[in-house]
Design a protein around this ligand. Structure first.
Ligand code: URA
Length: 237
């Protein structure tokens, strides 16, 4: 495929806007600036515009390391959203976060425009696990381990599915939590019932896909098809 057609399709620009981008030296092919609109791309070539990878796929799947203070929404009248952090690179796509993280929480948020995929991985019956690194205001206790494994009953009477909590290193206040369902403020409420407060909450994995440690807070990258399959492989049924 010609470079200008690829850029136009991937960035959802007109062909002339794509040519303008190329002429300005804002497009690279395999890391080299390419100013030739008719450059013929080969299978596996990697094309970037302004340093961001372009994908000519039907849907996009993005791994974002959400910083604190940003809300998990597409638009918000007051706060910056996770889509604001990446949307400029995909101006014509209707991106949304597949699952939420609280405003104060950090870590892996999956952004996509593929509603069927999001629905699949969020479906309660799929139990796609989500893993978090949590800093508590008190050391992990056996009562917490047993309570999580049995299924915590929240203050409103709702009994949650069994979850796992385990030490995440030498510090007894730092734990790894794995959830198999998504309830509003779930981890904070679960520890609240067990008389512990959450000081920090960072999502480290969705299904079998871990957050890329190389992504600084606010940074993102596209997910490969193999990584997408790892997310789905983490669930049941
Ligand atoms: N549980 C919470 O309490 N907050 C999150 O952001 C995610 C899980």
């Amino acid at each position: 495929m010609r470079l200008d057609k690829f850029v136009a399709d991937a960035a959802q620009l007109t062909r002339s806007a794509a040519r303008g981008l190329i002429a300005k030296g804002r497009v690279t092919v395999n890391g080299q600036v390419c100013r030739k609109a008719d450059c013929a791309l080969k299978e596996g070539d990697s094309v970037c515009a302004d340093g961001k990878p372009l994908a000519c796929e039907e849907y996009v799947y993005i791994m974002l390391n959400k910083p604190a203070g940003v809300v998990s929404a597409s638009t918000d009248g007051r706060d910056k959203t996770v889509v604001d952090l990446v949307g400029g690179a995909f101006p014509r796509r209707q991106l949304f976060p597949a699952g939420r993280l609280d405003k104060t929480s950090t870590g892996f948020v999956l952004l996509t425009d593929d509603g069927a995929f999001a629905h699949d991985i969020l479906a309660p019956k799929r139990h796609v696990p989500k893993t978090y690194r949590v800093v508590l205001d008190t050391p992990l206790t056996n009562a917490m381990r047993v309570g999580f494994a049995a299924g915590v009953t929240l203050a409103d009477g709702q009994t949650l599915a069994p979850a796992e909590v385990a030490p995440a290193g030498a510090d007894p206040c730092v734990v790894r939590v794995t959830l198999h369902q998504g309830v509003y403020h779930q981890i904070k409420r679960m520890f609240g019932v067990l008389d512990a407060g959450v000081n920090q909450l960072h999502r480290t994995a969705i299904g079998g896909l871990a957050l890329d440690e190389g992504l600084a807070p606010g940074a993102w990258r596209l997910i490969t098809p193999e990584e997408k399959a790892l997310i789905q492989a983490g669930g049941e049924g």
